[in-house]
Design a protein around this ligand. Structure first.
Ligand code: GTP
Ligand code: MG
Length: 683
């Protein structure tokens, strides 16, 4: 039994105890939060990863403790939104959040003096606290020795050396927390003279507090120099290149290209297995179900639609695995630094970087996290351009098109992919410039960012993130995309084309061909021959059945809009359906071409099927120009209803989502048109 375990009092047990996590940005608060609560808040070696308050809970001596993970802050001032919010959270003034009875101040042991400034401020608030001296593993590797006992005396609070990644020191941390909670606010010793709350400004309390933090920090640390100095020098040398205005940008493009090329090369293998698995399932169901609507529904609608999307699972997992490693290494802050120059030149606030970065997973949380941008115009510009950044839903479409064009050339595929990402970013920056110089003018504040030290990434974190992203992708495929696929199958199948209506849609030559086949078969053979004949007739007629269906009619109706981009009416069906959700185009093309092809016999992959498509005159449907135009259209088009809804909620008016939808659609069409024309002319 732990020495300070508390008695369980029923009345108390029902009132949850709240503890807040405070500390400098990048000190490891969320890592500690995740380790204690078992939750999965986002962590990265980047100052400012957490932008909103998160609540979790854990069990301590039979009592439930609610833990608040706060955004990081260097000091508690009134100037910045998140500093005010963190302060309010600590004082229990944040609406909807309970008042914390204690705080765990997370301190980066490798940067003690700077981190202690905030610890001093938290103590001034009168909140009982425990100091978690985090990253002790790194401090030790640096050869730093920290005297926790003398530090505890100076801070007037328990100090526990921990490593949040591994959970080292957590037992003691919990015991000290229990002790502090029991002792309550009365146990906080008085502050040293001169650093108490701002009163008369004869001696500046800020400066006094800095001096105090510096002094206490230096006194507690014994450094066996050498390794630390070397690693700092190395970091500086690398940063000389990575933050250089020219080499930094080149480095960024190179790192991204390497990322995508490796994703393509590695993911190819599991992708073929999944494709083969769905192909096999399709064959099995095609042969056991009697030919007809149910057969087509299961094989084309369910297996074809979902399989078409799920094939991209390996890419999604690899992408997030590698990106998480990159985020954990500390490179992100360098990328932000390099990106800040073009961003600030067009008037995008430096603070938009984090929302824009998270937009690469999904635009919705990104738009919500743009709340950290205080200036309303800056925030509006950011919200308007965020959906241009490549989100995960676009991935399958990019992969489908690159696989279609460059199946055997992963390097070229990777480069085209990188190009698509860069196009999204460039478009976002360009459009921000347009908005800034027209409807939303005003200068914006530059980015002040800390360049953290490079660190060895956490493999566990990367694996867990990849797993979670993969799971979310599968869930989405199994719910939203499945639902839409089923509706699409219905729309692509009905109304049915009866033989009596053939003359209205099917060309006379085809009807004659069918009649010829039937005449030749009269009186010949048994059941097998009759089936073969039906299959042959089906293959001839099915394209016209598709044309006759609701989906086919819609695809044909919008031909004037999309034919300048090189799209045929079947692609149009995909494009239109993808306005419900982007990935749906993959499922739609699988369904449309599956139905149109008589998929019972079809064992090929989607990209092979698409490559084999021919116009009536025998020319290929998916030429390089058409495929690239389709890619560009998907990079730039606003095809996500939920994003529009969130934009409406965050801006409080339908005007902004309407503008967002309108400008992105026009931009996508125009850019796709230009690409189609230029590539056609070159080919
Ligand atoms: N080696 C090591 N790395 C750690 C430790 N704790 C956290 N990290 C890493 O430090 C980085 C920052 O961790 P976060 O938990 O995101 O930090 P935070 O304080 O929540 O940061 P903000 O949300 O930006 O304020 C991540 O890359 C973590 O993996 C530790 O004890 N040892
Ligand atoms: Mg955090």
């Amino acid at each position: 039994m732990s020495p300070v375990s508390l008695p369980v009092v029923p009345a108390r047990a029902t009132v949850p105890i709240t503890v807040a996590l405070a500390g400098n940005p990048n000190a490891g608060k969320t890592t500690l939060f995740n380790q204690l609560t078992g939750m999965r808040g986002k962590t990265a070696n980047f100052a400012g990863t957490t932008t909103s308050v998160r609540l979790g809970s854990f069990d301590m001596d039979g009592r439930s403790i609610q833990l608040l993970d706060l955004p990081g802050l260097y000091a508690m001032s009134e100037h910045k939104v998140e500093e005010r919010r963190a302060r309010d959270a600590l004082l229990g003034k944040l609406p909807g959040r309970p008042r914390p009875q204690a705080a765990i101040v997370v301190v980066d042991a490798t940067n003690l003096a700077r981190n202690l400034y905030l610890a001093g401020q938290v103590r001034e608030l009168g909140v009982p606290m425990v100091v978690a001296l985090n990253m002790i593993d790194l401090a030790e590797a640096d050869g730093l020795e920290i005297d926790t006992e003398s530090l505890a005396v100076e801070l007037g609070a328990p100090v526990v050396a921990v490593s949040s990644r591994s959970g080292r020191g957590f037992d003691l941390l919990k015991r000290e927390l229990a002790y502090v909670l029991e002792a309550g606010p009365g146990a906080i010793p008085a502050l040293p003279e001169g650093i108490a709350a701002c009163g008369s400004c004869t001696t500046c309390p800020h400066e006094a507090r800095y001096d105090w933090a510096e002094e206490v920090g230096t006194r507690a640390v014994r450094a066996a120099c050498g390794t630390r100095l070397m690693s700092l020098r190395l970091t500086e040398a690398i940063d000389g290149w990575l933050t250089h205005p020219v080499f930094g940008v080149a480095g960024f493009v190179l790192i991204m290209a390497a990322l995508f090329i490796s994703i393509f090369s590695i993911a190819q293998y599991p992708m073929t297995w999944i494709e083969a698995g769905f192909g096999f399932a399709g064959d099995v169901f095609a042969s056991i179900l009697p030919p007809g609507d149910l057969n087509s529904f299961v094989v084309n609608g369910l297996i074809g639609g979902i399989g078409g999307v799920l094939v991209f699972l390996p890419q999604i997992c690899f992408l997030f695995f590698l990106i998480t490693l990159l985020e954990d290494s500390g490179y992100l802050a360098r990328a932000a630094f390099v990106a800040d120059r073009p961003m600030s030149r067009v008037g995008l606030p430096g603070r938009a970087f984090v929302p824009m970065l998270s937009a690469h997973a999904c635009a919705i949380p990104a738009i919500m996290s743009s709340r950290v941008i205080e200036n309303r115009r800056d925030r509006l510009v950011s919200i308007l351009v965020i959906p241009l950044l490549t989100c995960t839903a676009r991935m399958p479409v990019y992969v489908m098109i690159t696989a279609l064009l460059f199946a055997d050339r992963p390097v070229v595929g990777g480069l085209v992919f990188t190009g698509a990402y860069l196009l999204g970013m460039t478009a976002a920056i360009g459009m921000a410039f347009v908005f800034k110089s027209t409807i939303l003018p005003g200068a914006s504040s530059p980015l002040v960012i800390e360049l953290p030290r490079y660190r060895l990434p956490s493999l566990r974190n990367a694996l867990l993130t990849a797993y979670e992203r993969g799971r979310a992708f599968v869930t989405r495929a199994g719910t939203v995309i499945l639902g839409i696929s089923m509706v699409l199958w219905v729309l692509a199948t009905y109304p049915k084309l009866d033989e009596s209506d053939w003359s209205a849609v099917v060309p006379a030559a085809t009807i004659a061909e069918v009649e010829g086949l039937r005449a030749a078969a009269v009186g010949v053979g048994g059941e097998a021959e009759a089936e073969a004949l039906e299959a042959e007739v089906g293959a001839l007629i099915s394209p016209y059945e598709l044309e006759y269906s609701v989906a086919g009619r819609v695809g044909k109706a919008v031909e004037p809009v999309f034919s300048p981009l090189g799209f045929d009416w079947k692609i149009n069906v995909g494009v239109i359906s993808s306005f419900a959700a982007r990935e749906v185009i993959v499922a739609t093309l699988a369904i449309v071409y599956g139905i149109g092809e008589d998929a019972v016999e079809d064992e090929e992959t989607l990209s092979a099927t698409l490559r084999a498509q021919r116009h009536a005159d025998g020319s290929p449907v998916f030429t390089t120009a058409t495929a690239l135009a389709l890619l560009v259209f998907f990079v730039l088009a606003m095809q996500c209803l939920p994003t529009n809804v969130v934009t409406r909620r965050e801006t409080g008016s339908w005007k902004w989502p309407a503008l967002q939808f309108g400008y992105m659609t026009v931009l996508a069409w125009t850019a796709a048109f230009v690409v189609y024309r230029v590539v056609s002319a070159l080919a």
